[in-house]
Structures are given as C-alpha cells and as structure tokens.
Design a protein around this ligand. Structure first.
Ligand SMILES: Cc1ncc(COP(=O)(O)O)c(C=O)c1O
Length: 391
C-alpha cells in the first residue's frame, strides 16, 4: 500500500487496466454462466441502499419488514404464501442451511446421511463435508433422469434429508419431485428442493403454458426450497434464497444473537453481517417486472434455447444431450468421443462454456444476456470446429 492516496482519475485508469481481462455479459462470449447482468434499476437501488445491514435487523426494521414481505410474495409464486425465508449469498449457502436444519431436526441419528441425485450441485458435497454428513448419490439413468429405484434403496434409518433438484446444474432437468416425496411419506425425513436456477423460471414457464411438473410447496412433502435471485431472478450478486414451510423450525434450530445494537433475534444464516441492498433490489425487481415482465424474459430465453437446439441439430458430429426443459442446453458428441478437445477449441475462440466431464457434455445457459446473434455466431463456429476436429 502506498503512503499517499491517489487521485480518483488515476485509480480509475489503474482499475480499467487491471479489469481488462474480465469478460462482459454483453460481449456474447459468456454462454456458460447462470448469472447475468442485473436490471439497471436493480443496480441503481442496490447502490442507493448499499449500507443496509440485515445482520442487525433491529436497526433496519423497514428493510427487515420488506424482506419478510418479499418472502411471502415468493411463497405465493412457490405454492404456499405462509412460509418464512432467508436471503443468502447464493444457492450454496441456502443448501448448506437446509442440510444443517435437516441434521439438527434429527438429533437421534448418530451418523446422519443425506440422499441426493448424482446431478445435485456440488454444494451438497460441501454441506456434507461441513456438517459431517454421509452423502449418498443416486445414479442417473441413460436419459439423465435420476434412477428412483436406486434413490429409494439409499434411504435408511440414518437418512435425515433427501434432495430433489428443480433445474439441474448440468442440463436444467427437473427431478420427479412428487415421486421422490412419496418415498419418504410417513417418515421423519426432511425434503429439500434445490431450485437455485429453476425457482425463477418454472413459475413463469408454467404461466406461459409449458408443461411443468410439480416441484414446489404444492407438493405437500416438500419442506424447503432454494431459489436464487442472482440467477434467473436478474438480481444483483450476491443474492440467494432459502424458503421453508414450517416457521416453527426457526425457533427450534435458529441461532440466537444476543449482542446487537438493534436487539437480539433468531436466524439461521451462516453469515452475520448481511447485505440488505440485494434484497431491496430484488423487491424492486418484482414490483417493476411483475409476472408479465418475468414471463416475457423467460419466453425470450426459451425461444433462443429452441433456436440453439435447432442449429445444433443441423451440425453433423454433435447432438443435444436431451431436450431442454429450461433454458439450458447440453451438447455432446454423436460418436461418444470426449467433448474436451471440442470445449478447448471453442474456448480458444472465446466461447466461455460450462463442461461436465462426468456426463461428457458442454453446457450453454441461455440467460437473458445471450442474444440470438451470439448463438448464431456460436453455431457457425461450432460447425467449423467440429469439421476441423473430424468429430
Ligand atoms: C442447482 C444449483 N444449486 C446451487 C448452486 C449454487 O449456487 P451459488 O453459486 O449461488 O452458490 C448452483 C450453481 O450453479 C446450481 O446450479
């Protein structure tokens, strides 16, 4: 650190240089991210309220009430308007909170276990590690859906939680939530849904007339849901969300924080100091877009997804892994060859994609910043590279 502070102009020049290497969402290169450019209004509101701290809600009563209001509105969207919730740093924190609650609700289990589909996000591996849980993964069938028989065989007297995914990280698939729920009917096992990505797509897809399987609180065995504003909610980073049906669980498993300036309160967050800005920004997004605004955004993403699927179907040597349910497309090779070389070649051409080695596929997330012209250029490039690699 230098002795004297620099002029703002100098600092901005330095920053421009240092951040030159970053990709921007509007460049068209970012095809494999679940985050996107937040709405301009959300950015403006976030900046305005950047100092709000929900780690001390007694000092920010208005913000805390607004958070509660937002949770109820989201509950409405997720099939139960009588829920409680907690905005988090993202889906990983929300999933970790869910697994902690599930474990603590079953103190009688000495060696607790959780059962997740093999397609579940890595945050469950992290949660198992943090919380000392045994993680059991149910394998996938050839069509990438979870093998329900295998799932059922992994449930035993040590199971404290099972997980279903509504919008898998790799392919955007929705697990058969109702059928998974049936496996634990009458058992004291917590059922968590990871809709970090799908949470702010599926309710609008349904309203657009797409066939959407039941995945939310309308399935009565579902106890809690993860859904992230900073993915398809167009919120600012960081903003994840954890929503839970039974409010009494907060009293039973929450942490009491006694020393705060605003007075003590109970919560189940991992963090203490917690930004209010992203939550206020998301409240504004819901007010600004309304159901119809979200429907419009989701519709465009799905139309672009369908365009990409069509373009890929015209390229010999590659194919889509499975028909997309959400705005996520998996591409694999027709002859079963590894996608590694292909992904590397595409990356050299500045296409930033996701790669899933276990499923041998490249993932494109057709986020709102991904435009038709980007996909068209990508498909042209893909065709050339596939020819060159003789796939
Ligand atoms: C289904 C799912 N759950 C959880 C997460 C983790 O979210 P975050 O990166 O916000 O922690 C992701 C991220 O891609 C995801 O796809």
């Amino acid at each position: 650190m230098q002795e004297e502070g620099l002029e703002k102009r100098e600092i901005l020049e330095l920053l421009d240089k240092k951040l030159e290497k970053d990709f921007s969402y509007d460049s068209g290169s970012i095809l494999g991210s679940m985050c996107t450019e937040p709405l301009d209004l959300a950015k403006e509101i976030y900046l305005k309220y950047i100092s709000k701290n929900l780690g001390d809600p007694g000092l920010f009563l208005g913000t805390a009430e607004l958070e509660e209001e937002l949770v109820l509105e989201i509950g409405d969207l997720f099939g139960n308007n009588n829920i409680i919730g907690a905005f988090t740093t993202g889906g990983s924190e929300a999933n970790l909170i869910a697994m902690r609650i599930a474990r603590n609700l079953r103190p009688d289990i000495k060696k607790p276990e959780i059962v997740v589909p093999a397609s579940a996000h890595l945050s469950f591996d992290k949660a198992a590690d943090f919380l000392n849980l045994k993680l059991r993964k149910a394998k996938l069938l050839e069509n990438y859906q979870v093998d329900l028989d295998h799932f059922e065989s992994l449930i035993n007297k040590n199971t404290c939680a099972i997980v279903g995914v509504a919008g898998t990280t790799s392919l955007g698939l929705v697990d058969p939530i109702e059928k998974i729920g049936k496996l634990i009917e009458g058992k004291d096992i917590f059922f968590h849904i990871d809709a970090a990505f799908g949470g702010f797509v599926l309710p609008f897809l349904k309203r657009l007339g797409y066939k959407v399987p039941s995945w939310d609180f309308s399935v009565n065995t579902v106890d809690s849901i993860t859904a992230d504003p900073h993915k398809m909610g167009l919120g600012v980073i960081p903003s994840g969300g954890y929503f839970i049906k039974d409010a009494s669980i907060l009293q039973r498993t929450g942490f009491e924080i006694p020393y705060l300036a605003g007075g003590s309160f109970k919560h189940f967050h991992i963090v203490g100091t917690r930004p209010g800005g992203p939550i206020i920004a998301f409240w504004v997004i819901l007010k600004y877009l309304g159901i119809n605004g979200f429907k419009e955004i989701v519709k465009k993403c799905m139309e672009n997804t369908e365009y990409l699927v069509q373009r890929i179907s015209e390229i010999q040597g590659v194919k889509i892994a499975t028909n997309p349910v959400l705005n996520i497309v998996g591409i694999t090779t027709e002859n079963g060859d590894s996608v590694c070389e292909l992904e590397q070649a595409l990356r050299k051409n500045l296409w930033m994609l996701g790669k899933f080695n276990d499923l041998n596929l490249i993932r494109i997330v057709v986020m709102p910043h991904v435009k038709r012209q980007h996909l068209s250029r990508f498909a042209d490039d893909l065709e050339k590279i596939v020819k060159k690699l003789k796939l």
